[in-house]
Design a protein around this ligand. Structure first.
Ligand SMILES: O=C(CO)COP(=O)(O)O
Length: 212
């Protein structure tokens, strides 16, 4: 199971979390990645942890002030990017253009969506993975795999109808190894989580509890 830790804009030390993730990934043979703020991508990548962008803009090189250029994220060390997170929703045309930008920069892509219908639409755009995250459960500590298992099952089925090669992740409220095991049983290939690690007093212990 792939574990993608989105640091959002939480006031944590991104390098300390990344170093902990790298230790835990190595010790447990786990597949853990960190998505820090764009300005922290380089520092996080230098820790050796697999590093993702939280977003890339639907643009290429040019006059785009304030954008997050996919090529710049890749140059800084990112190997993938989230797109259309519930806290950074994009228009359909922009998701498509951001996917093109990510592909040009050779970044892996995960398109987030709220529900199975949106997941099917996201899958039709051809990302590497989709992630279903019910917004009402984000940051609550109540795992989606427990509160709404059908949304995960239906998202998996909707994705596989479009393209069986696209991976499916789920997120919202995931914070324990049990939550990850439950997500796997529902057919997910990975999980997306944030507060369980980024807001933990001891991020390394939180990561260990997740992958144990
Ligand atoms: O939005 C999320 C990950 O992208 C989930 O957030 P929480 O893990 O804090 O619920």
């Amino acid at each position: 199971m792939f574990v993608l830790v989105n640091l959002k804009a939480y006031p944590c030390d991104p390098v300390a979390v990344a170093e902990a993730a790298e230790r835990v990934a190595t010790e447990h043979g786990a597949d853990v990645a960190i998505a820090p703020q764009a300005a922290h991508i380089q520092a996080v990548a230098q820790s050796g942890a697999e590093t993702w962008a939280q977003h890339v803009s639907p643009v290429g090189h040019g006059s785009h002030t304030g954008s997050t250029l996919a090529e710049a994220a890749a140059d800084a060390g990112a190997v993938g990017t989230l797109l259309n997170h519930s806290e950074n929703r994009l228009k359909l045309a922009d998701i498509d253009a951001s996917l093109d930008a990510a592909e040009r920069a050779e970044l892996s892509t995960v398109v987030c969506a709220n529900n199975p219908d949106q997941i099917a639409a996201a899958a039709a755009l051809g990302p590497d993975a989709v992630a279903v995250e019910p917004p009402e459960l984000i940051g609550t500590g109540t795992p989606v795999s427990q509160a709404d298992p059908d949304i995960v099952r239906d998202a998996v089925a909707a994705t596989k109808r479009v393209d069986p090669e696209i991976e499916v992740y789920c997120g919202a409220g995931i914070s324990t190894g049990e939550d990850i095991a439950a997500a796997e049983e529902l057919g997910a290939d990975g999980v997306l989580l944030a507060s369980g690690v980024a807001k933990a007093a001891d991020p390394q212990a939180a990561l260990e509890a997740l992958v144990d």
